[in-house]
Design a binder for this molecule. Structure first.
Ligand code: 5GP
Ligand code: ZN
Length: 117
């Protein structure tokens, strides 16, 4: 069923506490933790606790939860004192998605070029 934890999902395991992560914020519906391979001085991932494979299925299946994730990206940026930052949802392997549990990257703490390439 949509939203149910998946046994083979890395981020469901982080939500369940089965894999350690450096958690920076947690709400009833979301968790934010530092990326294990940061691409910027601040690189935090914000995920819904419920499992949706990507941002599109999250927005379609649980729009309120998608809004929670977006709100948390702002909260992370505030806590990390980022004046400018980038929020990224990679969708599909061709765009670089490697973990198929919806997540927002929050990147900041250095100059960010646009377009990113
Ligand atoms: P994607 O490439 O799917 O958009 O993003 C997945 C992100 O998860 C990558 O930036 C990767 O470094 C990060 N990641 C992969 N495995 C782990 C892990 O076990 N712990 C943490 N904190 N981040 C991870
Ligand atoms: Zn999952």
């Amino acid at each position: 069923m949509a939203g149910e934890a998946q046994d083979d999902c890395l981020f469901c395991k982080i939500v369940a506490g089965q894999i350690p992560a450096t958690v920076v914020r947690e709400t009833a519906t979301t968790v934010a933790f530092r990326d294990i391979n940061p691409k910027a001085p601040v690189h935090v991932l914000v995920i819904p606790k419920a499992h949706y494979p990507d941002a599109a299925s999250l927005a379609e299946g649980a729009p309120g939860l998608a809004a929670d994730v977006l709100r948390e990206t702002r909260a992370v940026a505030d806590e990390e004192k980022l004046e400018s930052y980038r929020t990224v949802f990679n969708t599909g392997a061709g765009a670089g998605q490697t973990v198929f549990h919806a997540h927002a990257h929050v990147l900041g703490g250095r100059g960010l070029q646009w377009p990113p390439g």
